[in-house]
Design a protein around this ligand. Sequence first.
Ligand SMILES: *Cc1c(COP(=O)(O)O)cnc(C)c1O
Length: 422
Amino acid sequence: MDFSYRQEYAEYLDGEDALASLRDQFVVDDPELIYLDGNSLGRLPKKSKALAEEIIEKEWGRELVGGWKQGWLELSERIGDKLAELLGAERGEIIIADSTSVNLFKLAGAVLRYQEGKNKIITDDLNFPSDVHIINGLIDFQDGGHTLEIMRSADGIHGPVEELLTGIDENTALVTLSHTAFKSAYTYEMKEITQAAQNAGALMLWDLSHSAGAVPINLKAAGVDLAVGCTYKYINGGPGAPAFLYVSENLQKQLTNPLTGWMGSGNMFDFSLEYEADTGIRRFLTGTPPILSMALIEPGLDILLEATPIKIREKSVRQTEYLIRLWESELASLGFSLNSPREADFRGAHVSLSHKHAAAIDMALIHEHKVLPDFRAPDNLRLGLSPLYTKYVEIFLAVEKMKMIVQDKSYEKYVGKMTKVT
Ligand SMILES: *Cc1c(COP(=O)(O)O)cnc(C)c1O
């Protein structure tokens, strides 16, 4: 069936969708709500609900402190190893810990110490603000004469690849970028940038928050040194679920965690005042992890592994292409512009559309049409399509509602009334 702006076509695509049944593995509290914010907080897997009850009753309730000896202590590594399968890393290269921001601080801090004498850190202006704040905070804290160079994207959509390739030099200690940009969904060619950094003697640190679970990643094949990322977006780990960090095996012994807490020591139960770092990935831990939140990462991860990264990507590209076709045929003439790359190879799993009245349109979608996208200032509507549970028909209906809101001007009553960012 050829593309057409008709609900039947969306239903046909849903009928052809090999991953459609995975939606049944998630709690869908209100089937009428069109949830397009899975890139901010993924849906709740049904198994997570059951697992939470089990852990609280059987492990915490019954085992009490004994739980640490019955699996809690190994949980960060065990789930890390499972995530390694998804991200193309080896066992022992990924561990669950802290938040993405804190992990970035730990790994970037370790790099600055390792790369003594090199003063430059490079990033881009598409990066997530917290990443830039963390690096600036680290530089201030160290007071060692480091500078952060922020390469500028020419259009605010595509990554400044040329500027990066020419800007990385022998004085560069670290290059750190978001693999998929949180606003435009631009996705870097991981291997190209990693190699350019390494050729100049810099280390490469990727933030995978907006790609892990949505875009196929092979950290080994790309030769990546370091990475961090969230588990509560496309991995569906739950609000505030702890993040992950990856350190390539060959670097682990050479890097030291600046946040040296007992969980990162090799002898934590000696209670010795002498700190001796663990010899493996555990050295990047700091304090006691949130066991309940961490355990609930696993069900979402299992669904992703069942679906496989290749099939997830196939569906994701099909869905973002479909949305962009709908934008071209219905929304472009109503003042919406595409704020994501047109080429699928450079695009993650969300699509950004800008509009002069995006904030008011967002409010109308949420309050009057049961569509939940998100808004990023000043004029960006971000539509997150999560291949595990977003339906084509939801994409169609969301576009139809956006079209209606602009045509009948029902957004006007919300202009200037933006209360809270969703
Ligand atoms: C969501 C996101 C984060 C969030 O970091 P937290 O420490 O979990 O608040 C960081 N980086 C990127 C690229 C993100 O998309």
